[in-house]
Design a protein around this ligand. Structure first.
Ligand code: SF4
Length: 237
């Protein structure tokens, strides 16, 4: 868009308190400027909206600014455990088979169970997948990988039980709600409803994503994409 990168101020609004730590990482500056300038949790944003007397539910409908306003259902469901897996499967199966999916719903990886497993067919391949949320469940999968008893080709791990809908930066539910409502499932259901109503439900159908690859990153997995979009981890014992 021809905007000087030094003039861009990026605020991330996240369900996750870990984003505040990610902001401080030395490798978060693909453009030479910080990728993120400030991080708010959803809880903090909600508090700011209330403190400023903004009647959010009475605001007129508006549209998001592009390019970041263009989204797909695949992105929406990232917030629920199994959502990243399902989004990736939508793209992987179509990429492997070269055919358009009749049904983009991979319902076996949905739901709030701590560990979910499924097998899917993609062309000649049978892909075993495993999804874990909550660190106790993550540990169980990791131990199975270590001792060679896990047959999954593709594993999704979310730290928070239920995924980001239950992230540390999300509004805190009082004890009564926690004990009487399955709020993780309700928040996830809202995301799946939004996904079902989206015009585009697959990441690779997002016109802006396609354009970014065509004009800047090259192919998915290209050297440039790897340099800019991937990260590494170190042990913090
Ligand atoms: S699952 Fe929890 S820790 Fe992981 S990204 Fe989501 S909110 Fe953050």
């Amino acid at each position: 868009m021809g905007i000087d990168a030094s003039k861009i101020f990026v605020v991330s609004i996240m369900p996750c308190v870990a984003k505040k730590g990610e902001k401080l990482r030395a490798d978060q500056s693909a453009s030479g400027y910080p990728d993120i300038d400030a991080v708010l949790t959803t809880r903090e944003l909600a508090k700011m909206i209330k403190q400023n007397g903004v009647l959010f539910d009475r605001l007129p409908e508006g549209t998001f600014d592009n390019p970041l306003g263009e989204f797909t259902g695949a992105g929406v469901i990232f917030g629920a455990t199994g959502g990243v897996m399902e989004a990736a499967l939508r793209t992987a199966v179509e990429t492997i088979t070269g055919k358009t999916l009749d049904n983009v719903n991979f319902t076996e990886v949905r739901g709030t169970a701590g560990i979910k497993k499924a097998a899917y067919t993609a062309g000649d391949l049978t892909v075993n997948v495993a999804v874990a949320s909550g660190l106790t469940n993550a540990k169980e999968i990791c131990e199975a990988v270590k001792n060679g008893t896990c047959d999954a080709h593709f594993i999704e791990i979310m730290c928070c039980p239920g995924g980001c809908v239950n992230g540390g930066g999300q509004p805190i539910m009082d004890a009564f709600v926690r004990n009487t409502e399955d709020y993780r499932a309700k928040r996830a259901a809202a995301l799946y409803k939004e996904d079902a109503e989206c015009k585009n439900r697959k990441s690779h159908d997002n016109p802006v994503v396609k354009d970014v690859y065509d004009t800047y990153l090259g192919n998915p997995g290209s050297h440039k994409a790897h340099e800019i979009l991937h990260t590494t981890y170190v042990s913090k014992k």
